[in-house]
Design a protein around this ligand. Sequence first.
Ligand code: CA
Length: 445
Amino acid sequence: RHAGPEVTDRPSPAPSTASRPAAGRDEDPVRSWIDSANTPETHFPLRNLPCGSFSTGGGPRRCGVAIGDSVLDVSGLTRDGLPGADARRFAAGTWNAHMAEGPEAWATLRARLTEALADGAPGQDRIARHLVPMSEARLHLPFDVAGYTDFYAGRHHAFNVGSMFRDPTNALPPNWLSIPIGYNGRAPSVVVSGTSVRRPWGQLRPEGADLPIFAPCRRFDFELELGAVVGQPSHGMVSVETADAMIFGYVLLNDWSARDIQAWEYQPLGPFQAKATATTISPWIVPKAALEPFRVPVPPRERALLPYLAETRPGLYDIRLEARLAPAGGAATTITRTNHREMYYSAAQQLCHHTTSGCPMNVGDLLGSGTISGPTRDSRGSMLELSWGGTEPLTLDTGELRSFLEDGDTLTLTGWAEGEGYRIGFGECSGRVLPAHPDPVGAGR
Ligand code: CA
């Protein structure tokens, strides 16, 4: 099994079908008979096949994969008959049951779907009956989130935050270069892109005051992250290699953060209510297999890691990431451009570390990478960093200034890996900030 108590257990070979030709055919394996999947700009070419959950017209949720400007209804197609795929795994309209089947089933489904959608595939009429225009699909959370853990594994982010709140000459906490630091978040707070997020109330201590007040958050923020979706369980410590084999795929993730609530509450046990309002993820899980060609190594270690955390293969990905901010009724400004390769720890290292205590991991666990900031000012992954704690407000293209998010602002993340003439994209991860509830106590009665 993938998750034995030994750190020496070996995973199955990682499924990689990204460059595997459709079996027994001469046609170009990367071209689809769906034309919109063949443009260089689309996020959803045949080589991607990200996994989502959708419905149409108030109907039941179905599993789907994005292909060009369409969604292929995997629940319907497998019910209709797809060799090697068990339709019962897709009946619930979420991907948990398929993830639980394990890496071999992931690779098999991916190969069968690739064959069915490749140029020259037989039976196109039958498959076309299961295509839904993306514009008609309502997208839901692609999986039932079993648990949510958020990390703090970006070197630049940790350095920036440490410089602001502690001391630039001693910015990193003493444990940072040894431990992928994390905290246990709340699974029910994870929402799908498009869900509005209400500004939270909380305890915050105004500048210069000794005591806190209870008030709407004044420093509401986003965090640009990548989320790893755990597709296999563990019941003891696993190696970095096994942890990597347990990961099904990745999503964009915005960890909404109330900075003023966080500043008052975070010592000594870390963030609590500051991070519990909502975490938004993209509707599409990009399979790990689709990202294989884009693996890059973690940066050089500034302090040797303990041996259990050593990387055995490149664990990061060359994924371009952007955030756009649009004020109510206004055009969006791209406020940051960064890349997943800026991380210090990989998701596999984080997942391995998470299991060291014996903490069981479940199918559907979500791991936030931590804010992905780059080394330059225009590559910072949060308003806190972009405005340097509010001291250097950003000027949007509309002329408005922003230190933190205002009511009515829409924050959208996007990302893609850039191949030769194609992209492996994540789509968008978007949410609008609603005003704080006028009477939060009354609202709960
Ligand atoms: Ca975070």
